[in-house]
Design a protein around this ligand. Sequence first.
Ligand code: ATP
Length: 247
Amino acid sequence: DSKNIVLNVNGIEVIYNHVILVLKGVSLSVPEGSIVAILGGNGAGKTTTLRAISNLLKAERGEVTKGSIDLRGERIDNLSPSDLVKRGVVQVMEGRHCFAHLTIEENLMTGSYTRKSKGEIAANLEKVYNYFPRLKTRRTSQAAYTSGGEQQMCAIGRAIMANPSLVLLDEPSMGLAPQIVEEVFNIVQDLNKKEKVTFVLAEQNTNMALKYSDYGYIMESGRIVMDGTASDLASNEDVKEFYLGVG
Ligand code: ATP
C-alpha cells in the first residue's frame, strides 16, 4: 500500500562537478516505521544517495539531474536541508561530525534549533538521555575527549533532538568495535520500535546492517543491483559470497 511509503526515490541521477555521473538511476522506497539499509562497497554511491535525499549535494558540487524524491507523496527535491529538518527528515553524516570543542550536551542542543518551546527541548533531551544513558554520564565532557562510540551516539542523539520521523544514517559502524556497533544498532532499533522513527542506513558492514534492518538495497557503481528483505538477502548465495565474506 503506497500510503504507507514514507520515502520514494524515483530513478535519480546525480552528477558531480557537471560531468561525473555518479548515480545512474536509483530508485528505492521506504515503508513508514521500517529500517532500510543501503549496502555496497566503497564508492558505490550510498553517501551520494543519502545526500540527494537530504539535499546536501550542493556543498559537494553535486546535483540531481533526473528523477524525483517524494516524502509521503509530496516532492521534496527542491526543499532546503533546513526545510527538510522541519518536515522531519534529518541526516546523520558519516564521520560523526560532533563539534569537538562543545560538550556532549551542547552538541545535543544544536540539534534542537528548529524547536522553539523550552519545555519540548528539555523533554527531547531527557528522551535522548533515556535511549543513550552513556551520553547522560558524559553530558559535561567535551566531545573531543569522548570515545568514537559516544561520538556516534551523540550524532544520532542530536538528530533525535529535532523530533525526526525519518533519519538518514551514514555509515554508523565506521571505525567502531563490533560490540559498540551492536550497542549503537540496538539503540537505533529501540528508537525505531518505540519512537516510530524510520531509518535509512548506508552501510559497508553488510552483516551487521542486515541483522538490524527490515529491507536492503545493494548498490554497485551508482546502481541498485539487488534488493530484498533483510533475511532473504542474508541467506542469498551471491550476497554471502560478495558481501558477507563467506562462500
Ligand atoms: P563511501 O562508503 O566511500 O562513502 P559510498 O558508497 O558512500 O562510498 P559515494 O561517497 O556516494 O559512495 O561516492 C560515489 C562515487 O562518487 C565515488 O566514485 C566517488 O569518488 C564519487 N564522488 C563522491 N563525492 C564526489 C565529489 N564531491 N566530486 C566528485 N566525485 C565524487
